[in-house]
Design a binder for this molecule. Structure first.
Ligand code: MN
Length: 520
């Protein structure tokens, strides 16, 4: 039995039974599983992040008995993020949420070969981010038949003006996904999916069924619309599957699917873990539209925006941020604002719980930008970062130093009235702890000295951002403001692919996008 304790992004992660063979037919071990999830982490994390997760654990490998674990195990490490979700009948469940690489490694180490997630994110559990059609062939129908129906489904969606993406299940099935990322509820997505599935069945009665009853599926492709439900989980893109040999629920392009179906080639739609890693490195994330594309269902009136909810993850516990008096002058901040009109806080109360935090607010003002704020000395040291943070150490992002903001500004999300200073929408794009390099016991002094020196090394433990960053002063702009460069330092969270500003536009507080807050 091999055991190992590794340090990943400042977390101690205990790994065990690394040589245990989990896929006997392929001789694929626990170490192989962990290595696969590590290799795909830059791409899978944005899809998993903040989503309540059901673990499907195979402690004895794919030939043993698996079990589902919805409740996040009590023996989880104290840094593991969770989210409580209230299901119908006021049943409360505390799920694990995978936020970062240590969390992903912890889950994989439990033998959670398959990662199943809710259709919604924890801050907005009533809002699915897309519609899923789970195409499940009943023998003798197989992957080719499911692929053919997926192509048909795509044409139907196309005709009603909806783009879709597709992934193979890793078994015989095909999952078709319609990205929404706009306000919608499960009643609306489920109705839509049921209607579309029913229409396709009506026109293809010999090859398709949309009925839940197991009988009558022989030789047909079952279009499962019922997954569009607040408490149902679907296997995540890039999750391993517990097949005899390791496969992945991998996205394919529609052209690839079409060619494979035309050629009758099952094998072109089955992906081994290392193939998926190669494909990601060469072609990027084919499933990215699920994260970035905003669409609305035809004829669906968006539900009223829910009031901003409080993040219930253990990380970025915005709910406990209560106020106390700040020490430092906020006169410049106050002089710019009319607090009769703007919903922003005036300052004058601060929060002990906000000590040591950082927040990044996405601010859709005259020019879209990201405001990086780091607590120091009871205020928020602030920089406006036009392009936002990057995870690529080669990308240096301009960060213009701006005036200190009051601590409670870290809680602010909403609309600043037009014509007011900074008029536009603000969301809490990321939030969490910020450690500074050097003497943590004298944090305030360490930061003050680093800012004076023009070089600040810090470590973020947010929802989206993790690991080491650096701010370096580079000069002054025309108006005399200090200009800095914000950089990611090389570590396990550095990545050169699609950046987090693009892949993860939502608020970690409410799940809303800045676009949602724009006046309708
Ligand atoms: Mn701003």
């Amino acid at each position: 039995m091999s055991k190992k304790r590794v340090k990943i992004l400042n977390r101690n992660v205990h790994l065990s039974n690394l040589d245990k063979v989990l896929y006997p037919e392929a001789g694929f071990t626990k170490a192989g599983v962990l290595e696969y999830y590590r290799a795909v982490s830059p791409w899978i994390l944005p899809h998993l992040r903040a989503r309540p997760l059901t673990l499907k654990r195979y402690p004895d490998g794919v030939e043993g008995e698996p079990f589902y674990e919805k409740r996040c195990p009590q023996h989880r490490p104290d840094w593991m993020t969770t989210a409580e979700v209230v299901h119908s009948g006021s049943k409360r469940l505390r799920y694990c949420t995978i936020t970062d690489l240590p969390g992903l490694m912890w889950a994989a180490n439990l033998g959670s070969l398959e990662l199943h997630v809710l259709m919604s994110r924890a801050p907005q559990p009533g809002r699915p981010t897309g519609v899923v059609f789970d195409l499940d062939p009943g023998a003798p129908a197989g992957l080719m038949e499911a692929g053919r129906i997926a192509l048909l489904l795509r044409r139907v969606l196309d005709r009603i003006g909806l783009q879709s993406t597709v992934k193979v299940s890793g078994g015989k099935g095909v999952h078709c996904w319609v990205p929404l990322n706009t306000p919608v509820d499960f009643e609306q997505t489920k109705d839509f999916a049921r209607t579309v599935a029913g229409q396709i069945e009506k026109h293809n009665p010999d090859t398709v069924t949309s009925k839940m009853a197991k009988a009558g599926r022989t030789g047909k492709v079952f279009i499962d619309w019922s997954q569009n439900d607040a408490h149902k989980t679907t296997v995540s893109v890039y999750s391993l599957r517990a097949q005899p040999r390791p496969t992945v629920s991998a996205p394919v392009s529609w052209d690839e699917l079409e060619s494979a179906v035309e050629a009758g080639r099952d094998d072109a739609l089955q992906f081994a873990p290392d193939t998926v890693v190669d494909r990601l490195e060469q072609r990027g994330d084919l499933f990215a539209p699920a994260l970035t594309l905003r669409q609305t269902l035809p004829g669906v009136k968006p539900p009223d925006l829910p009031a901003a909810r409080q993040w219930s993850g253990t990380k970025g516990e915005v709910s406990s941020l209560e106020a106390k008096a700040p020490a430092v002058s906020l006169s410049e901040y106050r002089a710019k604002r009319n607090f009769v009109i703007t919903p922003e806080p005036a300052g004058g109360a601060a929060a002990e719980a906000l000590r040591g935090i950082f927040v990044i607010q996405k601010h859709d003002a005259r020019r879209l930008h990201y405001d990086l704020r780091i607590e120091a000395g009871g205020v928020l040291k602030s920089w406006a970062v036009p392009k936002g943070p990057s995870l690529d150490p080669a990308e240096k992002r301009l960060a213009v130093e701006v005036e200190d903001h009051p601590l409670e500004y870290a809680r602010f999300e909403g609309r600043i009235p037009k014509g007011e200073y900074g008029g536009g929408q603000v969301i809490i794009w990321d939030f969490g702890r910020c450690e500074v390099a050097g003497d943590e016991n004298n944090r305030d002094r360490t930061i003050a000295q680093a800012i004076k020196k023009g070089s600040l090394d810090f470590f973020l433990d947010g929802v989206k951002l993790h690991g080491a960053f650096k701010l370096v002063r580079s000069g002054k702009d025309d108006s005399g403001k200090n200009q800095w460069l914000l950089m990611k330092r090389k570590d396990a969270s550095a990545h050169s692919g699609m950046g987090p500003t693009e892949a993860e536009p939502y608020s970690v507080l409410s799940g809303l996008w800045v676009e949602d807050l724009a006046e309708r």
